[in-house]
Design a protein around this ligand. Structure first.
Ligand SMILES: [Zn+2]
Length: 631
């Protein structure tokens, strides 16, 4: 998924003294802590975030039949699980649930006594089902709760069209269990079929086969023939309409934003073709986008065949479409080759971030890629400054922790930087050949960091004994920080911006004398993100007068500016700030603002007012992530 994105974090002090983009200091590796011994205690491949028992009895297919009840905010029906008994001695199937009402469990038409265990705080409640005497299917009749952590129910007022309600699910990391009883682990891959029943005027879409010409009759059938991990099962229901963008690509959205979305993302087909050329065939048939209401808590979610996308990147100038490249890239890294546990998330996100940069370079050219890479690097630097040592490790120890609480740029940008270093050492052609083979070799499998390393050692490191060594690779993966000498992205386009900012800060020019006519959105973000922490009221007025930043229509530029406004108590921007917080639920756009506001009593009052007004429309994950700032 794309939780993070470039350019939103005010970076560390190294950049504030006006140094240009090409002399950002490398981050030194911090001393190795007890991580190595900790790592040894981890049972590699064990999923600490599921209570299910796939090693004994593994679910292989799910048949769903669910009715969506908007009045009661409940989905009800059944999930029939087909299983494979791996261990002849196994006596029960255990699946994960959270806040589900289990009405009955049957097999071969007969009721089975089941045991719903006590709920764990963040893992939910294990559902234990004795294996039936014959057959390999059990049917669970159940209903979700209105508070299901993986489902957001929106009233008509919270949608773009204001006429119909909307529902979407978000299963990653461990929320599928809140709307389907299943083995909620990325190492359990299932195929699925579903029948979704909705009010007649609405359309349901899923991470499965979607027929753009389906009859709108309130009963929709889906089939996902490729085995996918549970976190990729996804459903959207709303006043959705379809517009084709290319032969294999199209967009689903509410009518009022359909044309704008299709225009913004019209390069999706070119991205798909470019990615296939680099990394081998797209294995999922169609690639469509579902544009969600602004409360979607993430940038995007790579649900197979149908990425879920925040509308906050519809900027009118394609400036934020690297998000689409990211979600598309997951079709290879993440959906085709999947992390086996959440400790291995970097295999999904690091590879995908590396691929994203390559796709952007291929479709939009080197200049744009370089600008985005520098912003990504700065964001990583900020995380390395702020995170504890153990949270800077790619193969992170998440035992006893909710994966939602540990999201950072580390798996994304540090993972990508590691692969960039490998590319620089062995050459781009060799890197591409390796990646193509890797996706082919592990297709439709879920693998651990250790499995990746064994493969990498045999198929890459062994071929380049003079260029790669396992000590350094292990340092990248098992130690905090970024190794000395790591590649550092640079962009000449940012030198101009550094000069302009310096001249303005030194008082040599007024803001309206800066020649910004040809600046890209990324140059603007770089300009704002690297401002000193403190600016005078006069300076803020000067910037706002010259560039109308408070009214910026670009959500990322607005974010960067509002963060500066909060830090410097620039009150003319506060009505926009309130509006921004109330209308956008994408966590990475609102969280830094709430965090900055929470530092003063007056700021907290502003935050609380916005939060109280916005809360009903926020996703449960956004509420959870920000509640602490307003209490
Ligand atoms: Zn991602």
């Amino acid at each position: 998924m794309l939780n993070k994105f470039t350019g939103l974090v005010i970076v560390g002090l190294t950049l504030l003294s006006g140094c240009s983009d090409n002399n950002v200091k490398p981050t030194t590796t911090k001393p190795v802590t007890e991580t190595t011994s900790q790592t040894n205690q981890i049972q590699v491949g064990k999923d600490y975030h599921s209570q299910s028992n796939p090693e004994q009895v593994k679910v292989t297919h799910i048949d769903l039949d669910l009715t969506v009840d908007f009045d009661h905010k409940v989905m009800s029906g059944y999930a029939e699980l087909t299983f494979d008994k791996k261990d002849p001695k196994a006596t029960s199937l255990i699946v994960d649930t959270r806040d589900l009402t289990i009405n009955s469990v049957t097999a071969n038409g007969q009721k089975i006594d089941f045991d719903l265990h006590d709920a764990d705080d963040f893992l939910g409640a294990a559902l234990e089902i004795p294996l039936p005497d014959s057959g390999n299917k059990v049917k669970i009749n159940y209903a979700t709760s209105p508070q299901a952590s993986g489902v957001q129910w929106l009233t008509p007022a919270q949608t773009a069209g204001k006429k119909y309600p909307f529902l979407f699910t978000q299963a990653q990391a461990i929320h599928a269990r809140s709307f389907i009883p299943l083995q909620d682990s990325p190492q359990v891959r299932v195929t699925y079929k579903a029948t979704i029943r909705t009010p007649k005027e609405l359309l349901a879409v899923m991470s499965a086969s979607n027929d753009p010409n389906t009859e709108r009759d309130g009963v929709y059938e889906f089939n996902m023939p490729q085995p996918i991990p549970s976190y990729l099962i996804a459903l959207g229901v709303g006043d959705l309409h379809f517009k084709a963008m290319g032969e294999r690509t199209g967009v689903y959205a509410e009518p009022s934003i359909l044309d704008a979305a299709a225009a913004e993302f019209e390069d999706t087909e070119s991205m798909l073709i470019a990615t296939e050329k680099l990394y081998g065939p797209y294995r999922w048939d169609r690639y469509d986008l579902l544009i969600l209401p602004p409360s979607f808590p993430f940038g995007g979610m790579e649900n197979p065949r149908l990425s879920f996308i925040t509308p906050t990147v519809i900027a009118g100038d394609k400036s934020l479409v690297s998000l689409i490249a990211h979600e598309l890239a997951h079709s290879w890294s993440g959906n085709t080759v999947t992390n086996a546990t959440w400790r291995d998330l970097w295999l999904n996100e690091g590879f995908t971030t590396y691929l994203t940069y390559r796709i952007m370079e291929n479709v939009y050219g080197k200049d744009r890629y370089k600008q985005e890479a520098v912003l990504g690097y700065q964001s990583l630097e900020a995380d390395v400054t702020n995170l504890t040592d153990k949270d800077q490790i790619l193969a992170i120890d998440l035992r006893g922790r909710d994966p939602d609480d540990v999201f950072s740029d580390i798996p994304y940008e540090k993972g990508a930087l590691f692969l960039r270093e490998v590319e620089q050492k062995i050459g781009r052609d060799n890197m591409d050949a390796f990646l193509m083979e890797y996706f082919q070799h592990f297709k439709f499998q879920s693998i651990t960091t250790d499995e990746f390393l064994a493969y990498f050692k045999k198929h890459v490191v062994a071929n380049y004994p003079d260029k790669l060594d396992m000590d350094r690779i292990n340092q990248w993966i098992f130690e905090p920080g970024v190794p000395q000498g790591a590649p550092m992205p640079e962009s000449n386009a940012f030198s101009i911006v550094d000069n302009a900012r310096n001249n303005w800060l030194n008082g040599e020019v007024n803001a309206n004398q800066i020649d910004t006519q040809n600046w890209t959105v990324h140059q603007w973000l770089y300009f704002l993100n690297n401002m000193p922490d403190e600016l005078s009221l006069e300076q803020l007025h000067d910037l706002d007068r010259a560039f109308n930043l408070t009214e910026s229509h670009n959500n990322e530029i607005a974010h960067s500016w509002l963060l500066i406004a909060v830090k410097n108590w620039y009150q003319p921007a506060f009505p926009r700030l309130h509006d921004y917080l109330v209308h956008i639920g994408r966590n990475k756009l609102v969280k830094p603002l709430y965090k900055a506001l929470s530092k003063t009593v007056e700021g907290k009052a502003i935050a609380k007012k916005a939060f109280d007004e916005a809360k009903a429309g926020y996703h449960p994950l956004t509420v959870k992530a920000n509640q602490g700032f307003v209490e």
